[in-house]
Design a protein around this ligand. Structure first.
Ligand code: ZN
Length: 250
């Protein structure tokens, strides 16, 4: 914003619109408001308009709905052309941005991240499907019952159906826990944990050692549940991951 000051000048000091404009340009800097698409909080690409950024996010969210474990978001970026050269380049490139290229950039990044993830979890060894039944809600699903993405996999089965341990390990919790209802939580080693929620009965106790395939609980509808099903959750290093990367991957 220009500032105005009252000033007395010499008659000889002639001014006109052109010289004023030239002076203004000389002393001003252009500020760009850009929109960065982020993956897990990290800026990956910048766009000139919010519409373009939203288009990318919508497209990615739809395409990777079920198996993307990264958060896609948008953040505002304010930048000026007087900053370092790289910013100027970004800003200029963005003003005539080719949205298809940006989408490709993000897709490549997602593919890379998924590759990294699949390598990171190679040590996860789950061998037994806890129950057989119909999958009624996949990992990451958003439904009216909850405001966040689904943290596990729901498999519908009649009440009382035996639930088997997906892998051997130690029971770290067996009891009632909020939305999970009656739940068995297991430590399966290598940073891997499995949760079995909404049970009607629990057959193991905290601290017990369990082998893969052992019956540990029975299907029910306790906790935040609207019907008999198993909520099967897999965590690697404390983060929920898609159980279908390991089991039920038809
Ligand atoms: Zn669930």
């Amino acid at each position: 914003m220009p500032e105005y000051k009252f000033k007395l000048v010499d008659k000889a000091e002639q001014t006109n619109e052109e010289t004023i404009l030239a002076k203004l340009e000389e002393n001003s800097e252009t500020t760009y408001k850009l929109y960065a698409v982020t993956l897990d909080g990290e800026e990956k690409t910048v766009l000139a308009s919010l519409e373009e950024a939203e288009k990318i996010v919508d497209e990615m969210t739809e395409k990777y709905e079920d198996d993307l474990e990264l958060d896609i978001g948008i953040v505002d970026v304010i930048t000026t052309d007087k900053e370092d050269e790289s910013t100027v380049k970004v800003a200029t490139a963005t003003l005539d941005s080719d949205i298809e290229n940006k989408i490709e950039e993000i897709e490549e990044e997602i593919a890379l991240q998924q590759e990294i993830q699949s390598h990171t979890v190679q040590g996860v060894y789950l061998e037994v499907t806890p129950v057989s039944g119909i999958i009624t809600s996949r990992f990451g699903n958003r439904e009216s019952i909850r405001s966040y993405g689904h943290t596990g996999l729901d498999i519908a089965a009649p009440a009382g159906t035996p639930i088997r341990a997906a892998a051997g390990g130690t029971v770290t919790f067996s009891g009632y826990s909020g939305g999970y209802g009656y739940v068995v939580k297991m430590d399966n080693g290598n940073g891997v944990e499995t949760y079995y929620g909404h049970c009607s009965a629990l057959y193991v106790s905290t601290g017990e050692e369990v082998e893969a395939g052992d019956v540990i609980a029975a299907v029910g509808s306790t906790g935040n549940s609207t019907g008999n099903h198993l909520h099967f959750e897999v965590r690697v290093d404390g983060e929920e991951v898609n159980p279908q990367n390991y089991l039920y991957n038809e």
